[in-house]
Design a protein around this ligand. Structure first.
Ligand SMILES: NC(=O)N[C@@H](CC(=O)O)C(=O)O
Ligand SMILES: [Zn+2]
Ligand SMILES: [Zn+2]
Length: 461
């Protein structure tokens, strides 16, 4: 039996309290409280379950869309699987994620991206849109089969060597030219490799004091400056991954002012954490790009508030205990983020008065869906909350607070930098095309009509 959900007294973006009805996979009605039309029969006359949810003072957002998620499958299923990572995504309020290509094997062929796409469908928690590698094996030497990935069942539109920078300017130019044919975008991990050899943390006062090799801001900014000029030269679309410095914000602001087709993302952790945390020598805080200074944090917040930075993307980077529980220099770069992203954005941008919930819907849903070109087509994401639109929505209680418990998260890895920290807001429920993936703040056992929750490990190698 299918289920109709009635969200009573919810606060739609910018509007008065309303009852919102999710039925038949779409937003079926938005009505004044008490006036919604709810039937216990579907269009074909079959009985449906009607579930009422008291959503008083809750905010209803379009399902969140992450442009930058590491799901680790294939290859590192000990850190995360498509099933565990997408369950974490649903718990965080997401209905779609873009899966980064730095898997093993690398997602550089139609075969691998189709495998990831299929695993996402089987899991059923969110829509998984694989990102294709720019170069074969992330080797930075030969372009991967971008066209074949674009034409595959996975319909790849975002290409990235994330984890590595496409540092050869000729290759970068060719990639930018190539993706124009199918309206794709190159998402650059901006890291000048020579300037960051052996680098462990942000180069600055703290690195000098504690004696860890520094990673200068210019190593990020020099690549972004080069790439916006290349994008202008070839008339193509560039996306800047995890921008982290004040100078990077300035360059993107300048490029946009010039009409260059560039978009940029900031991670939740770069909106709130600083390189002071390296003093703990706790590798949980080791991440690429590194945590920067308080002045950089202020600059990325201002850039997000004024639209210079288009989106927040999690860069959810799960790592096993073995890869993180070691001395700083030997530990892997990366931190998880899917289950805390919305809370960090609320904390840093909404509760500080710098953004409205409508802005949150833009930076965490409609804009990333647009950049990834998943806002149209058969299963659009990031669309407005209007009657007839697919019911990809997340119900948030902004007045709740929670203390982050790493072990209670859905991700298979424990490397959250927010363990023990109190964060605002709670994802009460997430719906993917009208089907609940999260209810009462917890992922549902197995989303109906999917094989989520069933073991996938080992069955698809
Ligand atoms: N962000 C990280 O520190 N690590 C990412 C790679 C990346 O996003 O560059 C990873 O794959 O672990
Ligand atoms: Zn990266
Ligand atoms: Zn990444």
């Amino acid at each position: 039996m299918t289920t109709t959900y009635v969200l009573r007294g919810v606060r739609p973006l910018g509007g008065d309290p309303a009852d919102v009805v999710l039925a038949g996979g779409v937003i079926a009605d938005v009505a004044a409280p008490g006036a919604a039309s709810v039937t216990d029969r579907d269009a074909a006359g079959a009985p449906v379950d009607v579930v009422e949810i008291d959503a008083t003072d809750h905010v209803l957002l379009p399902g969140l869309v992450d442009l930058h998620t590491h799901l680790r499958e294939p290859g590192r299923e000990d850190a995360e699987t498509v099933a565990s990572g997408t369950r974490a995504a649903a718990a965080g309020g997401f209905t779609a994620v873009h899966a980064m290509a730095n898997t093993s094997p690398v997602a550089d062929t139609a075969g691998v991206v189709e495998q990831v796409w299929r695993l996402g469908q089987e899991a059923g928690w969110v829509d998984v849109h694989p990102i294709g590698a720019v170069t074969v094996g992330l080797g930075g030497e030969r372009l991967a089969e971008l066209g074949a990935m674009a034409d595959s069942a996975a319909r790849v539109r975002v290409f990235s060597d994330d984890g590595k920078c496409v540092h050869d300017p000729i290759l970068m130019r060719r990639a930018l030219e190539y993706v124009k044919a199918f309206d794709g975008v190159v998402a650059q991990h901006a890291q000048e490799p020579r300037l960051t050899e052996g680098a462990q943390m942000n180069e600055g006062v703290v690195s000098a004091e504690i004696g860890l090799a520094g990673w200068p801001a210019v190593a990020e900014e020099a690549i972004i400056a080069r790439d916006v000029l290349l994008a202008e030269h070839v008339g193509s679309r560039l996306h800047v991954c995890h921008l982290s410095t004040a100078g990077s914000v300035e360059i993107v602001r300048w490029a946009k002012g010039r009409g260059i087709d560039v978009t940029a993302e900031v991670t939740p952790h770069h909106l709130i954490l600083t390189d002071d945390l390296a003093r703990t020598y706790d590798p949980t805080y080791k991440v690429n790009p590194p945590l920067r200074t308080a002045a950089d944090v202020e600059a990325v917040r201002a850039g997000l508030a004024d639209g210079t930075i288009d989106i927040v993307a999690t860069d959810h980077a799960p790592h096993t205990r073995e890869d993180k529980d070691c001395e700083w220099g030997a530990a892997a770069f990366g931190m998880t983020g899917l289950e805390t992203a919305l809370a960090v954005v609320q904390d840093t941008m909404v509760d500080t008065g710098r953004m409205t919930w409508s802005d949150v819907a833009r930076v965490l849903s409609s804009a990333p869906a647009r950049i990834g070109r998943i806002d149209t087509g058969a299963a659009p994401q990031g669309r407005p909350l209007e009657v007839g639109e697919p019911a990809n929505v997340v119900l948030v209680d902004p007045s709740a607070t929670r203390t982050v418990d790493a072990r209670a998260q859905a991700t298979a890895s424990g490397n959250t930098p927010f363990a023990g920290r109190e964060l605002p807001g709670r994802v009460v429920a997430t719906f993917l095309r009208g089907r609940a993936t999260v209810l009462d703040g917890a992922p549902v056992a197995a989303p109906a009509g999917s094989s989520a929750g069933a073991p996938t490990r080992g069955g698809h190698r």
